[in-house]
Every structure is written in C-alpha cells, then in structure tokens.
Ligand binder design. Structure first.
Ligand code: SF4
Length: 95
C-alpha cells in the first residue's frame, strides 16, 4: 500500500483554535539558553516552532498535533505545554 505524503495526510486534520488560552507558551530566555529552542524546532512533526527574525521561538500552536514530543524534549521551565481545553485542539481525520 502506498501512503500519501505526510503533508497531505496532515492536511486532512481539523484544528479548533483556542484564542483565549494558548496551550503552548515558550519561555524565550530559558528556551534559548538551555538548547530547548533548537530541539523543539527540529523535532516537532507539525513544524509548530520556528526561529523568528527577532531570534525568538515563534509558535503556531494552532497546528499542534498534541503528540507531546516538545514537552519531553524541553528543559524544566523552558516550555509550558498542556492539552488544549475541552472542545479545542486537533481532530484527526483518516483518508
Ligand atoms: S505536541 Fe507535538 S505537534 Fe504539538 S508542538 Fe509539541 S512536538 Fe509539535
């Protein structure tokens, strides 16, 4: 069985954005000084994180797949991550 490209498969997901309470907040100073920034930018499968022009970590939390990888890779205090509130976040679709 041949699978469609990852971007195409992820494109079928639906994201319900919680604009009042982001579920990801980066402590910019700690993220940069501990190496957390490089790790989460490299590891996130949804490319939620990127390095902004100002040198800070930009976060597009609306595309988060809620896999928890960044939470596992972050040094203590560098990243606040929790599941979105009920009714928000990713809804996976097949096909
Ligand atoms: S939980 Fe997964 S998809 Fe979401 S930001 Fe972290 S690494 Fe990316």
């Amino acid at each position: 069985m041949k699978l469609a490209p990852v971007a195409q498969r992820l494109g079928g997901n639906r994201f319900i954005l919680d604009e009042e309470e982001p579920h990801i907040v980066v402590n910019q100073e700690l993220a940069k000084s501990t190496g957390t920034a490089e790790r989460i930018i490299a590891a996130c499968p949804a490319q939620v994180y990127s390095l902004g022009a100002d040198g800070n970590v930009a976060v597009e939390y609306a595309a988060c797949l809620e896999c928890g990888t960044c939470f596992e890779l972050a040094d203590p205090g560098a990243l606040s991550w929790h599941y979105p509130r009920g009714g928000f976040g990713v809804q996976f679709r097949e096909g």
